[in-house]
Design a protein around this ligand. Structure first.
Ligand SMILES: [Zn+2]
Length: 451
């Protein structure tokens, strides 16, 4: 087969999950589960701890500042030759034990190379330690494409994982959309992408495009998107985004999704830069933040006796308390979006919070959305939520002096300031343990760099 083996073309949404009957518009649903997943009946062993029971804890947040996760990613395509077994040292990996292991593992692999170069992606951790190397058996993607990923084993030595492209293809579709539509006409994507994914694509592209101020003409750029449209067991997900100069086919910027079992997945550029912090701090999409963590003025009413008249009077007393959470000023009714996938653990009125939604995310993270005027009527406690779903609307219920969203991120019930540079959370970090999956994803889904 000579033609390039492309991803399934998805110029129309016909191969997506059918739209559910209860949708009012023809927008593509995020999967077959009617938008919002119903609660699973079997997981009632999940306790409520870490949500409201802990809401009054004012302990100082533990230090999540450990900065030892960050990876440096390099990629390229090295000329196919008789010396393929020396690939590690040829691309600068200085590790004799690994080089030997690599040679043993690839003796048959290199017999099936195709094309003139061997694409690779390598991830280095601290002190240039090798955290992952992925290689593909040729420049052209087709049904014979195979990827090997090498990672250090926790037991010492290394592990090899083999991935055949053909097994992975069914899951993903590829589509090309104009950059202008992604940035400014996002609603135009609604017949090709579920609304949450269109929003997510817009968010990703805004971040990676702004890094390229000298790309002059918007209309010359197209966006390549690799998307999994999901099924009844998993949410639809964008897996790769590339901004491509349509004249010279050069990739100007990119982002790749990384799925993780223990914590929520995230988007990272191919050089390892995280795009996640802005997702976790934008429950109103792109509204401006009026106030961060710090002191806030709280007005209390106090009844005193007027010394002149000896009558009871009520006066407003201003006091300062430490404000936990972030307040986003916005008009009543402004939609609020879930910042990440998770499960609703609280939905209802709660004292000073007013109308409150709490979402539990993998890794014992919780997000709080308070003072809401109303909720998305489809929500129910225990229901699963995807990032970007509309969950409620800005209001001023509870202890609030005007319409705004009060938002909190917590871990194990303890508040974390997502804006603090000290809080380099695993949520927005490429960890060493993520390296293998990440380098593999780039080779599976990304544009192949020519040597
Ligand atoms: Zn607040």
């Amino acid at each position: 087969m000579i033609c390039s083996f492309t991803f399934a073309q998805t110029n129309n949404p016909s191969n997506k999950a059918p739209s559910s009957s209860n949708t009012t518009q023809s927008k593509v649903q995020v999967n077959q589960r009617n938008g919002i997943k119903a609660p699973k009946k079997t997981n009632s062993q999940q306790s409520n701890k870490g949500t409201l029971a802990d809401s009054n804890k004012k302990e100082s947040a533990p230090d999540y500042g450990a900065n030892n996760y960050e990876l440096r990613i390099e990629r390229g395509c090295i000329r196919n030759s008789f010396a393929n077994d020396k690939l590690p040292s040829n691309i600068g990996i200085d590790n004799a034990i690994f080089s030997n292991y690599f040679k043993n593992q690839t003796s048959t692999f290199f017999r099936r190379t195709q094309g003139f170069c061997i694409p690779y992606v390598v991830a280095y951790g601290k002190n240039n330690a090798l955290e992952s190397l992925s290689i593909m058996n040729g420049f052209v993607r087709n049904q014979n494409s195979q990827i090997l990923t090498f990672t250090p084993s926790v037991f010492g030595g290394f592990l090899t994982q083999e991935t055949n492209l053909i097994d992975q293809m069914k899951k993903w579709g590829e589509l090309f959309v104009p950059l202008r539509d992604v940035l400014y006409e996002t609603q135009r994507l609604s017949d090709r992408l579920p609304v949450e994914l269109a929003w997510e694509l817009n968010s990703v592209v805004r971040q990676i495009y702004s890094e390229k101020p000298n790309t002059s003409d918007l209309s010359d750029i197209e966006v390549r998107v690799i998307v999994d449209f999901g099924d009844r067991d998993r949410w639809a997900q964008i897996w790769a985004v590339e901004l491509i100069d349509s004249k010279n086919k050069e990739v100007l910027a990119d982002a790749f999704w990384l799925d993780r079992n223990d914590i929520p997945g995230g988007f990272f550029t191919s050089s390892g830069e995280s795009l996640e912090r802005s997702f976790w701090t934008n429950p109103l999409s792109y509204r401006r933040i009026s106030r961060g963590v710090g002191t806030a003025t709280v007005t209390r009413k106090k009844t005193t006796i007027d010394p002149n008249t000896s009558e009871k009077v009520t006066v407003n007393v201003k006091s300062y308390i430490t404000h936990i959470g972030i307040d986003y000023a916005a008009p009543t009714g402004t939609p609020i979006f879930s910042v990440a996938d998770g499960k609703i653990t609280y939905l209802g009125y709660n004292g000073g919070y007013g109308n409150l939604i709490v979402i539990e995310h993998p890794g014992n993270y919780q997000t709080y959305y308070a003072h809401l005027s109303s909720y998305n009527v489809e929500l129910q406690k225990g229901g699963e939520i995807r990032r970007g779903m509309e969950i409620g609307y800005v209001g001023s219920t509870g202890r609030s002096t005007g319409p705004h969203l009060h938002f909190e991120l917590r871990k194990n019930g303890i508040y974390i300031d997502p804006y603090s540079p000290k809080n380099n959370l695993d949520l927005w970090t490429l960890r060493n343990s993520d390296a293998g999956n990440f380098t593999q994803n780039i080779l599976l889904l990304g544009n192949i760099l020519k040597p």
